[in-house]
Design a binder for this molecule. Structure first.
Ligand code: TEU
Ligand code: CA
Length: 549
């Protein structure tokens, strides 16, 4: 089935690059990345070929959760610069045909936001109902809801003797979306940013805003989609902005509710089904098990085929919360370059909008820590304290943090071989990965066979070939478990994508006669495909020209 190219949007043909501002480029030597630093690197991003930047939060914040705790939505965090810098970033990006996607964090604010300061000041304050307040039950918390960052989701406020809800840290009180004044204030703030000429919003944990805490419903509450339709109508509706919701609990059925064009909600969602495949089912992200490639194939195939015309996929391996993909599901030692390219080819040939997280395009890796004092991330710190108390060994906990901790993605961007990888002239807020002498942008730019140029080429191919954007997906069944192979079909053309997802040779055989190699991570020729031995992580894309479809 070939989807028809009607009613198309710029974001369906785009590749988005996520910038984590704190760690991208420091311009003034204070060890913290900033907006002026991002502006300095726009030409690099243009060279890579991306169409939009998703900017992790840059708003005023006490940084309990690195900017995901906002104390003023219409001011810039002072470490990052000023509103004038922000306006300049939007303009400089525009000149290079790059749009800025703002991170919209509206499930909660910081406890230092004026709304919360008012809200907690007295039960009669007009802002009281901006947040979720409940009486305790027999001197205990209202119920046993837990915070994602561990411990009770309820915090007693001594002043007024009631509890407020915080699904994340104590310094991130949840907004009360049932209050229309809250929703209106949020829509006004969104319009403030839309008027500045931004390209859209990434919506932090948006699936939580319809919560009913008293029934312990957090994700996918009953009013969630009413709120999103209202938001669409009051803000970005009709403006062709990119809107992507972070939705940990989405299934394809749920994703269609958000992204069916007829429903006027969002462009797409981030679904996380593949992200959980190396976790013990029913446990937490810290409880590890090996990835089964067959499961990954199943999950990706499902999402590629089930959305149909009622949704649009986002494609990602990485973000600021996840470990580095080359360390996680590739091989960051012997086959770092090969496996990083394989992972890139596999993802970027799928249907949907690809997202690249800073440093992914040069194969940046996880970093190894030896002591908890090296960690800045609140999630890892809280887990450490919790598990030490529960009797886990420190070694076990550090292994989990080295494998899954969020700081793996947050170490500074590795630009070159100079002190601290060219990120800062001062002391970086989080230590640079020691491997920056081998892994850095300058080195990749100087090597025609680098990971960078694979990403650059994948982006270029997407701009040239409607098949990549619009073609249908078909999994090749009957391959070795470790081989992930699929077709894309568009009009009378078919491409075949073959990826060896392992550090072993694998045999692949298919009775097809390619007419052209589109991209590969080898120098081999692919004119026949029967009985081929694939190298570890070998990956290629071939045109099969016309096909019966
Ligand atoms: O993440 C949502 C979220 O649930 C994360 O805490 C996630 O479970 C965890 O990081 C996985 O490792 C968003 C942001 O992306 C994250 O950075 C914030 O900490 C969180 O919301 C609160 O705003
Ligand atoms: Ca700085």
């Amino acid at each position: 089935m070939t989807q028809h190219k009607t009613n198309t949007h710029w974001w369906q043909e785009a590749v988005v690059y996520q910038v984590y501002p704190r760690s991208f480029q420091d311009s003034n030597g204070d060890g913290i990345g900033d907006l002026a630093g991002i502006i300095q690197r726009l030409d690099y991003l243009k060279h890579l070929g991306i169409s939009a930047i998703w900017l992790s939060p840059v708003y005023r914040s006490p940084n309990d959760d690195n900017g995901y705790d906002i104390s003023d939505y219409e001011q810039i965090m002072s470490e990052f610069g000023t509103m004038a810098d922000m306006d300049q970033l939007i303009q400089e990006a525009q000149k290079r045909e790059i749009k800025i996607i703002m991170d919209l964090v509206v499930n909660h604010t910081s406890d230092e936001h004026p709304w919360f300061i008012e809200s907690r000041s007295s039960k009669a304050n007009p802002y009281r109902d901006y947040y979720v307040w409940r009486k305790g039950l027999n001197g205990e918390t209202p119920n046993d809801l837990e915070s994602t960052f561990l411990g009770s989701a309820w915090q007693l406020d001594e002043g007024t003797g009631e509890y407020y809800l915080h699904l994340f840290s104590k310094k991130q009180p949840d907004l009360n979306w049932e209050n229309p004044s809250v929703r209106n204030a949020i829509y006004n703030m969104m319009n403030f940013w839309i008027d500045k000429g931004i390209g859209g919003f990434r919506m932090d944990v948006i699936d939580l805003v319809g919560k009913i805490p008293d029934q312990k419903i957090t994700g996918n509450g009953p009013k969630l989609h009413d709120y999103l339709q209202e938001m669409n109508a009051e803000t970005f509706g009709g403006k062709d902005l990119l809107t992507v919701g972070e939705t940990w609990g989405a299934t394809p059925e749920i994703a269609k509710l958000y992204s069916d064009p007829k429903r006027n909600e969002l462009s797409m969602v981030f679904q996380f089904e593949h992200v959980g495949l190396d976790e013990e089912p029913g446990k937490s992200k810290w409880d590890l098990r090996p990835l089964q490639i067959s499961e990954l194939k199943k999950v990706f195939s499902k999402w590629q085929t089930e959305l149909g015309d009622q949704g649009w996929n986002s494609l990602f391996w990485n973000n600021h919360d996840l470990p580095r993909i080359v360390s996680r599901w590739g091989n960051d030692r012997t086959y770092r370059v090969q496996s990083a390219k394989m992972l890139a080819i596999l993802l970027h040939m799928l249907k949907g909008t690809p997202y690249i997280y800073q440093g992914e395009e040069i194969g940046m890796t996880n970093r190894v820590i030896h002591d908890i004092t090296e960690i800045e991330d609140i999630e890892s710190k809280n887990m450490y304290a919790d598990r030490v108390e529960k009797g886990y060994s420190k070694r076990e906990i550090l292994t989990a943090i080295n494998t899954k901790g969020r700081d793996n993605a947050r170490t500074p961007m590795q630009w070159d071989n100079t002190k601290d990888a060219g990120f800062t002239t001062g002391t970086p807020w989080l230590a640079v990965n020691e491997n920056y002498h081998e892994i850095n942008v300058a080195k990749d730019l100087a090597d025609k066979n680098s990971i960078f140029y694979t990403y650059q080429k994948l982006i270029e191919l997407r701009k040239k070939h409607p098949l990549i954007v619009w073609g249908s997906f078909e999994l090749v069944e009957d391959t070795a478990e470790e081989i992930f192979a699929y077709y894309r079909h568009y009009q009378n053309e078919s491409w075949l994508i073959v990826c060896n997802f392992s550090d072993q040779e694998q045999v692949f055989s298919l009775d097809e006669t390619p007419t052209e190699t589109i991209i590969a991570n080898t120098q081999k020729t692919y004119t026949r495909l029967s009985e081929r031995t694939l190298d570890p992580y070998e990956s290629f894309v071939v045109n099969l020209a016309s096909s019966v479809n």
